[in-house]
Design a protein around this ligand. Structure first.
Ligand SMILES: [Zn+2]
Length: 354
């Protein structure tokens, strides 16, 4: 789902951390006549030669619409089909259709089925009007070519103009934050080096986005740094590690685990790899993969660097994992993995060898 806007709007959105209701919408309902409601238009239109609504594209996954109620209607034209979704909230009266207030619609009549869900029908136009503000936790913000301005807020921008503005926004925000002294300075974690400096810029962009509390953009910057500079070993290591942490903090444990896997499998001699082992264990534990968590922490400790960052914590975790409170011969982690109780000797996992 896309929403395009100009600089001021974007800054407001980032500041508020949500898409606010920007305009008044009028609906003519069959029973109740004309009805006004505040809303925000978020469309799904593609402009192949650039975006006519603004230089910034905020993409939200369709899944953010899950659990919301919509009035759905469709206009079939000879050029392309147009689908309208207007979020239903209490401000709009309910009208009935053939005496039923609610009716489920088949997603397949509005979207195309794809492997992991639904996608837009090719060539169709989607109008989605939200009548409740929408958080921007999962958004991706990118600069796009903006050759023509429907709202006449500008005379058009190239993609790189837009990008520059995006960058400026991040820097502006950083200055503001700095000025307000809300955050202490981030210690420089990078090793200085010629070619590395460009790759490192992604790191600072990402840090900027993190300061904006925009984690999807922060993650995207690291992803881009890996794609653009796959041979900058140190930057790549740092990117995977930071991505892992970002996912982990957002509770996206499977993605965090994958990011740490990249570190663990590809960078044998790296301090970050070790930290990745430990962090991955924490993620495994969070999703009840106790056996893997245990193995990771053991591997972490085996490296025998008592000075490593999480050595004490790791030792404590191992102690906890190896505890056998009910004395049934199964360790805590084995009982957890099998969802049995470590308080009851008659409840023990059958899948583990005693
Ligand atoms: Zn414009």
């Amino acid at each position: 789902m896309y929403h395009a806007c100009h600089r001021e709007e974007l800054e407001t959105i980032l500041g508020d951390q949500e898409l606010k209701l920007l305009s008044e919408w009028s609906l003519k309902l069959p029973k109740h006549g004309l009805w006004d409601a505040p809303g925000i238009w978020t469309g799904l239109n593609y402009f192949h030669s650039g975006n006519y609504y603004g230089p910034f594209l905020i993409s939200l996954p369709l899944a953010v619409l899950n659990g919301r109620h919509f009035m759905v209607f469709r206009r079939e034209g000879d050029d392309r089909n147009r689908y309208f979704f207007v979020q239903y909230e209490a401000r709009i009266p309910i009208y009935s259709f053939e005496k039923t207030l609610w009716r489920s619609v088949k997603p397949t009549s509005y979207f195309q089925s794809v492997d992991d869900g639904y996608a837009m029908k090719p060539g169709a136009i989607y109008d989605i009007v939200l009548t409740e503000p929408m958080g921007i936790d999962d958004v991706k913000i990118e600069a796009v070519k903006h050759p023509y301005c429907i709202s006449k807020q500008c005379s058009g921008l190239t993609r790189s103009d837009g990008q520059e503005i995006l960058q400026e926004i991040a820097e502006d925000r950083e200055n503001i934050m700095h000025y307000r002294n809300v955050r202490r300075a981030t210690p420089d974690r990078y090793i200085a080096g010629g070619d590395l400096s460009t790759a490192r810029k992604y790191g600072s962009i990402s840090k900027n986005w993190q300061k904006l509390k925009n984690h999807p953009c922060a993650i995207a910057a690291y992803r881009e740094s890996i794609r653009e500079f796959p041979n900058e070993r140190f930057a790549v290591i740092e990117a995977w590690y930071q991505m892992g942490l970002l996912y982990q903090r957002r509770g996206q444990f499977y993605r965090a685990i994958n990011a740490y896997d990249q570190l663990i499998q590809n960078f044998e001699r790296s301090a970050r790899r070790l930290e990745g082992l430990y962090q991955q264990a924490i993620c495994y534990r969070a999703i009840w993969e106790y056996r893997k968590a245990y193995e990771n922490v053991k591997a972490y400790i085996k490296t025998n660097y008592p000075e490593t960052k999480y050595f004490q914590e790791a030792q404590q975790i191992v102690q906890q994992m190896e505890r056998d409170t009910d004395g049934d011969g199964y360790m805590f982690y084995q009982e957890q993995e099998a969802r049995t109780s470590d308080q009851d000797a008659n409840d023990y996992p059958r899948s583990f060898q005693r």
